[in-house]
Design a protein. Sequence first.
Length: 561
Amino acid sequence: MYQYDTFDNDFVRERVAQFRGQVARRLSGALTEEEFKPLRLKNGVYLQLHAYMLRVAVPYGVLSTQQLRQLALIADRYDRGYGHITTRQNMQFNWPALQDIPDVLDLLADVGMHCIQTSGNCIRNVTADPLAGVAADEVADPRPVAELIRQWSSLHPEFDFLPRKFKLAVTGAVADRAALAAHDVGVQVVRHPQTGALGYRVLVGGGLGRTPILAQELRQFLPQDDLLAYLEAILRVYNLAGRRDNKYKARIKILVQETGIEAFSERVEAEFQRADRSLLAQTASDLAVIAARFRLPSLAPAPETCPEVAGLAASHRDFAAWIETNVTAHRQQGYAAVTVSLKPVGGIPGDITADQMRALADLADQYSAGEVRFTHLQNVVLPHVRRDALVRLWQGLVVLGLAAGNAGLITDIVSCPGLDYCALATARSIPVAQAISRRFADPVRQREIGPLAIKISGCINACGHHHLGAIGILGLEKSGAESYQLTIGGDASETPRLGTLLGPGIPQALVPDAVEALVAVYLAQRRAGETFGVTFGRLGLAPFRTAYLGLLQQGVSHAAA
């Protein structure tokens, strides 16, 4: 993990003191809500349906057990005993009182955490592959690059008031576990095909929301030292040319679409050539310093196979299922990365209680070198687990109610908070996720279906990434009632694809039946070894749409009767 120095700590403390004064002025009436709004947003404070919400930054999803315990303390002292992990690898607290938020920020600063730039029209929290530094298919660890971008972008004076929010994701692996194509800019660490030198593949212009667009390749290979100067060129072109008259057309994806990728590339390259060349040398030296400040865990040699694990897997169905879906190969022999699912049957996706946080921190200290990762799929990863400790870890997770062996399966649902919390939402998301989870609760059936990503959003802002779901669900308001549109065929991997709309919206009660109907088509027509996405790619939309419209007609008929 990256180790903060005195500069980092002073920077965060100064920001807390500044915001404490701003909150006092708001509470006294010296600031109106409109005057306070841009100040609170830059510090991660939203005004939701029922209360203020505080969004805590977890840069590239990595945190220590000390930090996780501090989040648990905050949840107990200033919230209602739980936190919510978001699709940007952050944690949200839904119930803090405004007058308490400066004290919360002080507690965060005690452990090197903050809420800076988790909202507002600025460069947001940088996300990354949750298996960064661990995955066997990784070209290089992208975390130093993500940290470099975080430091460069924090309170960057030129990019502090962009036309709209700006999101970056970084990965160093062949497989895309960071949804690069859904971001304003995606950075992939690659090697030059001829020289083998490390550099970056750069994507630009992705984003979801009311106008979902997949990012396009801007540079196939960018030399390593050019990164910050090149990012500045992209941001400068966007800052100058992005729309400011219409927030729905203000994202860089609209600029890239209207300009065309070739013309946009020419503008970026021209700006890049005018860049301060000293920034190139600075990038190289800063990256080296940052990499040196990453404390890597000392992992003792461990056996790759373990009789205890094999024996329990042979005799215990739940453990075998957990090993199959939640345990991933580690780059070091004898170790694994373990996904801790926050999706128990009927649970709220991404929610974790304070007691679970503390107990999970204890397990991470014991079995994962004191390190924890939040994922954009709203789960937790323990990245450094000895394979001969998997039985003991699983037994500990069973006690916590966190041993669901469903990572990547149909009940591993991604969902935004929806109308239960969010002031922007037009429909509920959580009850829909719970109903689908209960419908497909049977673990044997989940494995029969295989990998299938369901993603749910409660409004067109698409915080649940529904466009990228193999089955996506969007809740809207229609004539005073909640209506849900379903899409199919989305993919957030290295072969990204936006889902296709199946037809008219349906009432909430019909959504589990609709998912059932789509799964039935897949099971009836899949070939051996095919996943849902592969079957959809082969069959196309027609059979799924027919099943969906048939269900819709039945629902209308029943309602009329």
